[in-house]
Design a protein around this ligand. Structure first.
Ligand code: COA
Length: 377
């Protein structure tokens, strides 16, 4: 007996799964707002920690609220000796995304409030994960290179401290600003795959460490966050801007994906690209190396002319991070540190008005049949 197939939206394309007040993507105008503020305005007027406060609380902080938020973040940056020991024992060739995923999961085991899923406790835990993630990303990375971790420095801002724990020094303020902008742009983007994963985990009433660990697992894939690393590998494969077009045409011949292009929601341009491109160009100026931006411009020109496909945020973010001096395997973990903010905002929102997320599948397998005895198989 065959049933009539229901409409299946593969990849949940075009499906509204819930309401949300955290952010809004408007593909018709290539724009994105966080709690009603245009993301490009936040990049020019606010710091990453102010944006984190905004996403978690719905409003930008005043000076007193910001000072309290920053003080709490700074006070929570250190890792426990137990976690540092575990990080020492990670395989040296482990991908930094696997390291941060495991570190966040470990934080859940040692957090005194893991089992408390009240709104107040979830907020305190979100802050602890937010503050400790850069320390863990940097420590795992340094250990994989045979270097000792660097202790966080509470006299530094979030973004300054990020460079401090990775490199042991703080770069020029233009570099800090470009990094801070990238963190604002990566912080939140409605119901993307990792955020929806975090909300699905939360909908079972599991804890926030579990939701964020699952979010990191989803972000690692090259169709999602992993694309910023893939972009840089691609740029390094192209010997010069002059041969970028020929390189791309070979890709077209093989029907291969071009990383850093295309988006499920934006079809005529990603709202975040112009701002990130501007700061990637600042980085090219600061470093005095325009090669990557010139190759990027060539790729973007040909992709648009030939395929009508625009770049996404990962396209300018990849070379920007490279010019900041980060090793390529750190790019997606940096994205993690930023998106922890968005995931947490969605965990809080999901928990505040929860219903278990449980869709249906339309069965297309074999008809029901008897189990044959062993001798008849
Ligand atoms: N390179 C080459 N072709 C691409 C492409 C890319 N980056 N992105 C989309 N296309 C093509 C598809 O192959 C498809 O062609 P077809 O109609 O001939 O089959 C067409 O454009 C429509 O794309 P579709 O697969 O419907 O898009 P999607 O919404 O399912 O996928 C992405 C969106 C992001 C997964 C996809 O664009 C992609 O894989 N991009 C590269 C990875 C990336 O940069 N990810 C970061 C996202 S922020």
């Amino acid at each position: 007996m065959s049933e009539t197939a229901p409409e299946i939206r593969k990849g949940l394309v075009g499906v509204y799964a819930d309401e949300s007040t955290v952010s809004k993507v408007m593909p018709e105008t290539n724009s994105l707002t966080y709690r009603g503020y245009a993301v490009q305005d936040l990049c020019e007027e606010a710091s990453f920690d102010e944006v984190a406060y905004l996403l978690w609380n719905g409003e930008l902080p005043n000076a007193k609220e910001l000072a309290a938020f920053q003080a709490e973040e700074k006070a929570n940056r250190a890792l426990s000796p137990a976690l540092l020991r575990v990080l020492h024992d990670f395989p040296k060739d482990a991908h930094p995304m696997d390291a941060i995923r495991t570190a966040v999961s470990f934080l859940g085991m040692e957090d005194p409030e893991t089992a408390d899923i009240s709104d107040a406790a979830q907020r305190r835990k979100a802050m602890r994960i937010f503050a400790k993630a850069p320390t863990a990303v940097a420590a795992a990375f340094r250990l994989s290179k045979g270097m000792e971790p660097i202790a966080p420095d509470a006299s530094l801002s979030y973004s300054e401290n990020f460079f401090h724990v990775v490199f042991g020094k703080v770069p020029a303020k233009e570099v800090i600003k470009a990094f801070d902008v990238s963190m604002i742009l990566y912080a939140e983007h409605t119901f993307n795959a990792s955020t929806f994963t975090a909300r699905t985990v939360t909908s079972t009433m599991a804890d926030i460490h579990g939701a964020i660990t699952a979010g990191i697992a989803a972000l690692k894939g090259p169709l999602h966050g992993g694309a910023n690393e893939a972009v840089m590998h691609m740029l390094k494969e192209i010997p010069s801007p002059e041969v970028a077009e020929a390189w791309l045409r070979q890709r077209f011949d093989h029907k291969a994906l071009v990383m850093g292009f295309g988006h499920r929601v934006y079809k005529s341009g990603d709202s975040r690209v112009p701002t990130m491109k501007k700061y990637a160009e600042v980085m090219a100026e600061v470093v005095g190396d325009k090669r990557w931006m010139n190759t990027s411009a060539e790729l973007a020109r040909v992709m648009l002319a030939e395929k009508n496909i625009h770049p996404n945020l990962d396209f300018p973010a990849g070379p920007a991070y490279y010019l900041m001096g980060f090793d390529i395997p750190l790019f997606t973990p940096i994205f993690v540190c930023s998106r922890i903010v968005g995931w947490s905002a969605h965990v809080l929102e999901q928990m505040a008005d929860n219903r278990l997320i449980r869709p249906l599948s339309f069965y297309t397998g074999l008809e029901q049949r008897p189990v044959p005895p062993m001798g008849a198989r």
